[in-house]
Design a protein around this ligand. Structure first.
Ligand code: CUA
Length: 201
């Protein structure tokens, strides 16, 4: 006698066409309701989220931004780090940082607890501003000046990692931000270090 083989030609045996079990209906309803909650959170976070940068974007000519940045670096230069100028602007100043393949220019030295207007832009292609080891990330786009109000809340010696693939030297594109406290000392590797942008993070 031949064994019955399911060929797909005969209807499948089972109860799948009968109404769903009560428990299934409840769980599908719960999952759907949760989807709606998360969906509503998207616009809510957009307006109310503490992660939103308090910044303004404006168009800028990359060459003009670069010229402004080198002028800024020269004006407030206090030293050099590997050939890159270290700029120490006074609190409240407009601070310029330009990303280019494959460098961040200049090195910034800021004071803890003081607010600055940080202008970010790129000279050539898209780069990504990622402040290590903190969770601060911004896209750096040529042709746009991204101005952010930033207040460093902890002193330390921070690294800017490029987190947008920008070419062959992408992995070497590391910049530096030094935050000094009121005594003028930068506490390196502070595990509790945070940087606020727009006063809320
Ligand atoms: Cu710049 Cu990756």
């Amino acid at each position: 006698m031949l064994t019955k083989v399911h060929t797909g030609l005969d209807p499948v045996q089972g109860v799948w066409w009968k109404p769903a079990h009560k428990a299934e209906v409840i769980w599908v309803s719960v999952a759907f309701a949760w989807c709606i909650v998360l969906f509503a959170m998207m616009p809510l976070w957009h307006w109310k989220g503490g992660q939103n940068p308090a910044g303004v974007r404006s168009r800028v000519e990359p060459k003009a931004f670069y010229a402004r940045t080198t002028e800024f670096a020269k004006q407030y230069q206090v030293g050099t780090d590997g050939g890159v100028p270290i700029a120490a602007p006074p609190p409240g100043a407009d601070v310029y940082l330009v990303a280019m393949s494959f460098q961040w220019y200049p090195v910034l030295q800021l004071e803890q607890g003081k607010e600055y207007m940080l202008h970010l832009s790129a000279l050539d292609v898209n780069h990504g501003f990622s402040l290590y080891p903190l969770n601060v990330n911004f896209a750096v786009v040529p042709g746009f000046d991204y101005a952010l109000r930033v207040t460093p809340t902890s002193s330390g010696d921070f690294r800017i990692i490029c987190n947008e693939f920008c070419g062959i030297g992408h992995h070497t594109m590391v910049g530096r931000v030094i935050v000094v406290d009121s005594t003028g000392a930068a506490v390196a590797d502070n595990p509790d270090a945070t940087i606020e942008h727009g006063g809320a993070l």
